[in-house]
Design a binder for this molecule. Structure first.
Ligand code: DHK
Length: 146
């Protein structure tokens, strides 16, 4: 069984309650159900969320041993964290960056992403469907290399 880590940054624990006009009414449990529904045979999904940068970095280090791919919504850390970029640069498998909202239609400080310097794919503005697309892509890429 290969693991795909689905990592979520700050405030995404409030998904469904926080600014639903931007992030929608669905929750992280819905993200988990959706990702599990699209993962192909032989892949397991681990959805994790933290409000703390260091915890996300520790999970990326853990993924080096335990995961074949990472889907990451770094939330606000997208725009600030060289440390998360550096951690992702230590990971060998595919990395897909997801934003629920269309960040390029929003404030200019959301237009730059440190994580995009490493990501193999970037999805913005598809709502939770972005996570599903990320998982599908990782299954495809990893299966192609088996
Ligand atoms: C989520 C956040 O919390 C913001 O800080 C990002 C991202 C956008 C999202 O669209 O999922 O700017």
């Amino acid at each position: 069984m290969k693991s795909i880590y689905v990592l979520n940054g700050p405030n995404l624990n409030l998904l469904g309650k926080r600014q639903p006009e931007i992030y929608g009414h669905e929750t992280l449990e819905d993200v988990e159900r959706l990702c599990e529904g699209v993962a192909t045979d032989g892949f397991e999904i681990r959805v994790l969320q933290s409000n703390h940068e260091g915890q996300i970095i520790d999970w990326i280090h853990e993924a080096r041993e335990n995961a074949c791919g990472i889907v990451i919504n770094p939330a606000a850390f997208t725009h600030t964290s060289v440390a998360i970029l550096d951690a992702l640069n230590t990971f060998d498998g595919p990395v897909i960056e997801v934003h629920i909202s269309q960040v390029h239609k929003r404030e200019s400080f959301r237009h730059h992403s440190y994580v995009s310097h490493r990501a193999d794919g970037v999805i913005a503005g598809l709502g939770l469907e972005g996570y599903a697309a990320g998982v599908r892509r990782i299954c495809q890429l990893v299966d192609a290399h088996r």
